[in-house]
Design a protein around this ligand. Structure first.
Ligand code: SAH
Length: 362
């Protein structure tokens, strides 16, 4: 993938600087949305960022076991809810389609599951939609730009891995006189972070209890309507959502990060050429879903252990030797060990309060 040297300006930097010169600094959320999804120069719109050749590796790309086990978890939740004869099987931000391909392969033997599923992928990136089409060759798939386009008259079984971390955040620093929003302007010819004047923000009133002046909190405005939609559909028709990402029950501090070539980078340099993400606040996601839903949050490592990654890893290892066996063992550890992805990444389950918890969440 061509990368500009560090001294040259990216096309998006030129555009953003012109925009800021004409109408002033922009909010961080606006900067993040432009960097990730600008139609011509956005990070996701212009490339496949996943895997060894890209900028980061996600759990489904590390091992097939991730999609298999989460797929069986979702299928068991469907069985436990009486195996409804028609349901929406949806994924938000499917990347290369690897998770869904593994999920569908693992659930082939679940009687009726495939026949009942209408497969819907919510994906903004044209290049990743192509990759998903290749990965899911034998299946009938409907793509959507937004969850609002999905049919809302059937149970919803939904999965999203590392989707919410890519949605733009707003960032606020507490001040004696209110909250100062993080903005992006130009300083010494380069894009740079700044702060707007303090404002009283009733929406952050609940954060006055657990912060002091100088502390940073983050919100994710685009996540709220998505969770409201998931919550309303599960409440009305049943289903379950599994949301896996890195983060915590409540966001604290400045968690914006840029990744480029598998290394951390300056989020305000090389606009459009680095992946920008921030920790997911699972409390905010759960609260934005319907209040009648039950929620469960667990560490990724503990969840995969309860779903049987030990036995599955052992089974797969029987056919492997040498470097492939070593890679397989390293991948298993990477997904589960607390010092790797096992505890930084968490899984949130949302389901109707009268339904059993999906396996691994009870
Ligand atoms: N789930 C995949 C990919 C994670 S990367 C995996 O685990 O490998 C984030 C994914 O979300 C990419 O597919 C990206 O194109 C998509 N995406 C990011 N912002 C989006 C948005 N606003 N709407 C739809 N898809 C989005």
């Amino acid at each position: 993938m061509p990368k500009p040297d560090s001294t040259s300006e990216t096309a998006l930097e030129t555009l953003l600087k012109a925009r800021i010169a004409a109408s002033g600094p922009i909010a961080l959320a606006d900067y993040m949305a432009t960097c990730l999804l600008h139609p011509a120069h956005g990070y996701y719109t212009t490339r496949d960022p996943l895997g060894r050749a890209g900028d980061f590796v996600t759990a489904p790309e590390i091992s097939q076991m991730f999609g298999e086990l989460l797929g069986l978890c979702l299928a068991q939740a469907w069985v436990d809810q009486g195996a409804p004869p028609r349901f929406i099987l949806a994924e938000l931000g499917p990347g290369r389609g690897t998770l869904m391909a593994d999920l569908l392969r693992a659930t082939r033997a679940v009687p009726g599951f495939h026949a009942a599923a209408g497969l819907h992928l919510v994906e903004a990136s044209p290049s990743l939609r192509n990759a998903q089409q290749v990965a899911l060759g034998g299946f009938s798939v409907t793509w959507a730009d937004s969850i609002d386009a999905l049919p809302d008259d059937a149970p919803l079984f939904l999965i999203a891995n590392e989707f919410f971390d890519a949605l733009p955040i707003r960032q606020f620093t507490r001040h004696i006189d209110g909250w100062c929003e993080t903005i992006v302007g130009v300083a010494q010819g380069a894009l740079a972070k700044g702060y707007a004047a303090p404002l009283a923000l009733p929406a952050l009133a609940h954060r006055l209890d657990d912060t002091k002046p100088g502390d940073v909190v983050e919100t994710r405005p685009e996540a709220t309507p998505i969770l409201a939609r998931i919550g309303a559909q599960i409440t009305a028709h049943g289903g379950a959502a599994l949301i896996i990402d890195y983060g915590n029950w409540r966001s604290r501090g400045d968690t914006l990060q840029a990744l480029r070539n598998h290394s951390f980078a300056d989020p305000f340099a090389a606009a459009g050429h680095a992946d920008l993400t921030a920790h997911v606040d699972f409390e905010a996601l759960a609260q934005a879903a319907h209040p009648a839903l039950a929620t469960g949050l667990t560490d990724q490592g503990a969840l995969l252990a309860r779903l049987g990654i030990g036995a599955r890893a052992e089974r797969l290892s029987r056919n492997l030797t040498g470097a492939s066996l070593e890679n397989h063992l390293a991948a298993t550890q990477r997904l589960t060990r607390p010092e790797e992805m096992g505890s930084l990444f968490k899984a949130l389950a949302l389901y109707a309060a009268h339904s059993p918890a999906p396996p691994g969440f009870d």
